[in-house]
Design a protein around this ligand. Structure first.
Ligand SMILES: [Zn+2]
Ligand SMILES: [Zn+2]
Length: 175
């Protein structure tokens, strides 16, 4: 997943479009079951900057935070990023000073702009802390563990509704 910059620079002022599709199993240690990402980008370059605009669409395996079932989680986002072209290291600048200068910048050196790590970070950011298999997932019963999406159980009927009625009956009898 990389852009060959001399190809882009030839078309100074014009954007070139690229499409990538990759398997995610090698990007993330815990994605042994796989997943894919499709990336569409439009790239333009000047002598010192590379502008990348596009969007990604990823499908990853996730575990629903309510019912604990595996499901395919679709993630997508648009992004625009400017990568600064690193010039030859200036005499007098140390690796530390260079690192400090470029700490908050996306940089590229040489002829290739590798997008994998950048997109990997976007996918991580797009993941929800508590993913749901569907917006109205009913989850599992905390009483008996039944998956309430597939069947119902009688835990809460017994505990709450019926008990309240029984209590009232008992109160009546005690009078
Ligand atoms: Zn669920
Ligand atoms: Zn239950």
């Amino acid at each position: 997943m990389y852009i060959y910059l001399p190809e882009v620079k030839q078309k100074e002022g014009e954007a070139l479009d690229y499409l990538f599709e990759e398997n995610l199993s090698e990007w993330f240690d815990d994605f042994s079951e796989g997943g894919t990402v499709k990336l569409q980008v439009s790239v333009s370059a000047s002598a010192d900057k590379v502008l990348v605009k596009g969007n990604f669409n990823a499908v990853i395996k996730a575990v629903c935070s309510r019912c604990l079932e595996n499901f395919e989680h679709h993630l997508e986002a648009d992004f625009t990023e400017v990568f600064s072209v690193l010039k030859e290291v200036l005499s007098g600048s140390t690796p530390d000073s260079l690192a400090a200068e470029t700490a908050n910048m996306h940089t590229v050196a040489g002829d290739y702009l590798y997008l994998e790590e950048y997109i990997r970070q976007l996918i991580i950011l797009a993941q929800e802390h508590s993913p749901l298999c569907k917006a109205d997932c009913k989850g599992i019963c905390s009483g008996c563990g039944t998956d309430l999406n597939n069947s119902s159980c009688s835990c809460y009927m017994d505990d709450e509704v019926v008990d309240i009625r029984l209590l009232k009956l008992k109160e009546l009898k005690q009078r």
